[in-house]
Ligand binder design. Structure first.
Ligand SMILES: Nc1ncnc2c1ncn2[C@@H]1O[C@H](COP(=O)(O)OP(=O)(O)O)[C@@H](O)[C@H]1O
Ligand SMILES: CC(=O)N[C@@H](CCC(=O)OP(=O)(O)O)C(=O)O
Length: 313
């Protein structure tokens, strides 16, 4: 057929790709991503994958694809995983009761055994398996390995009152060498947040995964902390969902923090700690949307809530 039969204007004004996007829209995505790819090349990003974001196989796979994408484009992703709902389900199956105070699980020695078993023996194994499905880059470790974390027992604060929650700790020492070694070997570390007790090294403590991720992001000099959960971000007037806070400065967040409820409180406290101690940006995003992490990192879209230093937000 000669070119004169093609009616070029009609044929080329609105072609669509099989996914319904036009070539212009597709190219726009690629062009938009370029400065972000350049900006974050070689940068470390700590990703906290919350138990509530681990909704189904499809989302699990999308999460793994995103982490592998970051790795492939030259970033250094470090995964810190949660597993609260998974621990609760196992405790139920074992006929053990579980209770939370101020967002922290009341952890008896028997519950601690289950927490350790589920986090390091199930959730971490599943994530490592997914990430290694094609190329085996991921290596799972816990805060007990290579002296990564040490924690001190802490209580839960509810309405200004402190409650004993048993074997629960806050990370007070991070020795990132174990993670540095893995990154130097082009690995993707996948970390469970169990930590030896700094005051009694024979004992291990249950550490909230949000706060451990923040401590690690600071120690690694991460460019970003990204916390994936099951809500769009921070709603300042929760449970009213009419206005999502897109950007918040350290000082603004300090003022909001005392009124936040469990669930969001440790996440925002983690973001606050990370940014206050030198991480340039911390985000809470909705892990129930496949690939929300890639959109957050590589486009101009602000997904979820972003915490920034004063004067930048
Ligand atoms: N101000 C708030 N804005 C958004 N979500 C909130 C807020 N306060 C409490 N939440 C709750 O926090 C939950 C997320 O925390 P959590 O259940 O601990 O998740 P994860 O397992 O990902 O750590 C949300 O599903 C929501 O119900
Ligand atoms: C002290 C404490 O509460 N530890 C958490 C550890 C797991 C966790 O943090 O998991 P998510 O991020 O999925 O909530 C727990 O026992 O549930």
């Amino acid at each position: 057929m000669s070119a004169t039969h093609l009616a070029p204007a009609e044929r080329w004004t609105s072609p669509t790709c099989p996914d319904g996007l036009t070539p212009e829209q597709k190219a726009e995505v690629l062009i938009q991503a370029l400065p972000w790819l350049e900006r974050f090349a070689g940068g470390r990003v700590v990703i906290k994958y919350g138990g509530h974001a681990m909704v189904d196989e499809r989302l699990h796979r999308a999460f793994a694809e995103d982490v592998l994408f970051l790795h492939r484009v030259g970033m250094r992703p470090v995964v810190v995983h949660g597993g609260g709902p998974q621990i609760s389900r196992m405790l139920d199956r074992l006929g053990m009761t579980t209770e939370f105070r101020g967002g922290l699980r009341v952890t008896t020695p028997e519950v601690m055994d289950v927490v350790r078993m589920v986090l390091t023996g199930q959730v971490q194994r599943q994530l490592v398996g997914l990430l290694n499905a094609q190329v085996a880059h991921a290596v799972g470790i816990s805060g007990e390995d290579g002296g990564l974390f040490r924690a001190r027992r802490t209580g839960a604060v509810v309405d200004g009152e402190t409650f004993d929650v048993g074997l629960v700790g806050d990370v007070v020492v991070v020795n990132p060498q174990a993670v540095e070694d893995l990154l130097a070997g082009d690995r993707i570390p996948v970390i469970s947040t169990i930590a030896p007790d700094v005051d009694d090294p024979g004992r291990v403590l249950n550490v909230n995964a949000d706060t451990a991720a923040a401590a690690l992001a600071v120690a690694l000099g991460a460019r970003k902390l990204v916390i994936l959960t099951d809500v769009e971000g921070l709603y300042p007037r929760w449970p009213d969902r009419s206005s999502l806070l897109r950007r918040v400065s350290v000082s603004q967040l300090e003022a909001l923090l005392p009124a936040l409820q469990s669930g969001m409180a440790p996440k925002m406290a983690a973001c606050l700690r990370a940014v206050r101690e030198g991480v340039p940006q911390a985000h809470v995003i909705d892990g129930r949307h496949a690939h929300s992490m890639l959109v957050e990192i590589f486009t101009e879209e602000d997904m979820g809530t972003m915490v920034l230093p004063d004067g930048v937000a």
